[in-house]
Write a protein that binds this ligand. Structure first.
Ligand SMILES: [Zn+2]
Ligand SMILES: [Zn+2]
Length: 358
C-alpha cells in the first residue's frame, strides 16, 4: 500500500522523514539491504525495527533478493520458523534459498526428493553451487545405491558449473577427462583443465593477498574452526603469505554443525566428508572415497580432497599398507601407490592429488 508523501511537516515537528517515504521506495531500499546483509541478524534487525519495516521486509521483492549470508543460520537454531522463512524466500523466487533449503532437506532432513527438486530449480537458473552439488550427488549415487551413480550426468553438471567459474567443478572435470571417468578419456585436455583450475585458484589467492597486508592473516570465518594452520590457507605460506581460503557457502557450515551436534547421530558406518568446509555426510556405507595413501580420511569429491590436502591433510597423511586387503564389499576407492607429501608447490600438489584420489 502506497503511503502519500507529506511534505507539509517541518523538521521542528520531530517528524521522521523516513515515514514520508512511499512504500515502494522503502521496499527497494530493503531489497538492496537484504541482498548485501552480512549475517542473519542484519536482516532480522530490520524486521524488528517497527511494524512497517516488518511488513515491508517480508515483501516478495525483498525476499527474492535476500543474500546467501542471511541464510547462514546456526544448525542449533534450526526451527519451524527458519524452515518457513526459507520456504517464503523460495516461493518469492530466491535461487540461493532454493539451494540452501534443497541441501538441508536432502542431507539433514533426509527428504531426498524434495531436496533434489529444489537444487534442480536453482541449477536451472545457473546457480553454480547447485550444479556442482548435484554433480557430487550423481557421482556418488547419494541417496540411492551404488548402481544409482550417473557419471555422465555428473560430468555434464560439472561442465556447466565450471563454465560459471566453479573451481572445484573444473578440477573434477579435469580428473574425469584424465581418467576417462564418465567421459571419453582425453589426458591432455584433462591436464589442461587441472592447470586452469590451479591458475584460477592462484588468481583468487593473489587477489586476496593484494587486498590485505602480507603481515596480517585472514582468519577463516572468525576462527570458527581451528585449523592446525592457524586458520589460514597455507598455499603460499612458503613465500611468507597466509591467505584466505575460498569462501565456503553457509549451508556447508550448517551441514557440518548439524551432523556434529548432539541432535543428530549419523547412522552406524556413515562418515562426514573430512574437509571441514564441506559437511556432506555419506548416505550409505562406503559411499565416499578415502585417501588412497593413509586410508584414514574420506571425501565426497576431488574438490574437497584437493582443498583439504592443502589446508591440513598433507601434514598428517602418511603411507600405510595395512588397508590393502580390507574393505572387500564397499565401493570406496582401493588403496593406491604410496605417495608422500606433495610438497609446497602447486604442481606437486596436483601430482599428489592425482595419485591420492582415484
Ligand atoms: Zn591421507
Ligand atoms: Zn566434501
Amino acid at each position: 500500500m502506497r503511503r502519500p508523501l507529506r511534505y507539509s511537516h517541518k523538521v521542528t515537528d520531530k517528524y521522521d522523514l523516513f515515514d514520508g517515504l512511499p512504500d515502494d521506495l522503502v521496499v527497494f531500499i530493503l531489497s538492496k539491504l537484504s541482498s548485501t546483509a552480512s549475517s542473519p541478524s542484519d536482516f532480522i534487525n530490520i524486521l524488528l525495527t517497527c511494524k512497517r519495516l516488518n511488513q515491508l521486509g517480508l515483501h516478495r521483492l525483498v525476499l527474492s533478493k535476500v543474500g546467501a549470508k542471511v541464510f547462514a543460520m546456526k544448525a542449533k537454531y534450526w526451527s519451524e520458523f527458519a524452515h518457513r522463512f526459507l520456504k517464503h524466500c523460495v516461493n518469492a523466487g530466491n535461487i540461493d534459498a532454493c539451494y540452501t533449503l534443497g541441501m538441508i532437506r536432502f542431507y539433514c532432513l533426509q527428504n531426498r526428493g524434495s531436496g533434489l527438486a529444489l537444487m534442480a530449480k536453482a541449477a536451472m537458473k545457473s546457480h553454480a553451487q547447485a550444479l556442482y552439488s548435484l554433480a557430487v550427488i550423481q557421482f556418488n549415487g547419494s541417496g540411492g545405491s551404488k548402481r544409482d551413480k550417473d557419471l555422465r550426468a555428473g560430468v555434464a553438471l560439472c561442465a556447466r558449473a565450471s563454465l560459471l567459474g566453479h573451481i572445484d567443478a573444473l578440477r573434477e572435470l579435469g580428473h574425469c577427462l584424465q581418467d576417462g571417468y564418465g567421459v571419453r578419456q582425453n589426458i591432455a585436455e584433462g591436464r589442461r583443465l587441472l592447470i586452469q583450475a590451479n591458475a584460477r585458484e592462484l588468481a583468487f589467492v593473489i587477489r586476496s593477498v593484494a587486498q590485505s597486508s602480507p603481515a596480517s592473516s585472514f582468519s577463516w570465518r572468525n576462527n570458527r574452526y581451528n585449523f592446525q594452520t592457524d586458520s589460514v590457507c597455507p598455499l603460499l605460506s612458503d613465500y611468507g603469505y597466509n591467505v584466505a581460503m575460498p569462501e565456503v557457502h553457509p549451508v556447508n557450515w550448517f551441514l557440518r554443525e548439524w551432523f556434529e551436534s548432539d541432535r543428530v547421530v549419523l547412522e552406524e558406518g556413515l562418515r562426514l566428508c573430512a574437509h571441514m568446509g564441506c559437511g556432506r555426510p555419506e548416505t550409505r556405507p562406503h559411499e565416499f572415497r578415502r585417501c588412497s595413501v593413509c586410508g584414514k580420511v574420506n571425501y565426497c569429491s576431488r574438490g574437497c580432497q584437493a582443498l583439504d590436502w592443502k589446508l591440513r591433510h598433507k601434514m598428517e597423511c602418511s603411507p600405510i599398507q595395512l588397508l590393502l586387503q580390507e574393505n572387500g564389499g564397499g565401493d570406496a576407492a582401493a588403496v593406491g601407490v604410496g605417495n608422500g607429501d606433495g610438497g609446497a608447490g602447486m604442481e606437486d600438489d596436483v601430482a599428489a592429488q592425482n595419485a591420492a584420489v582415484e
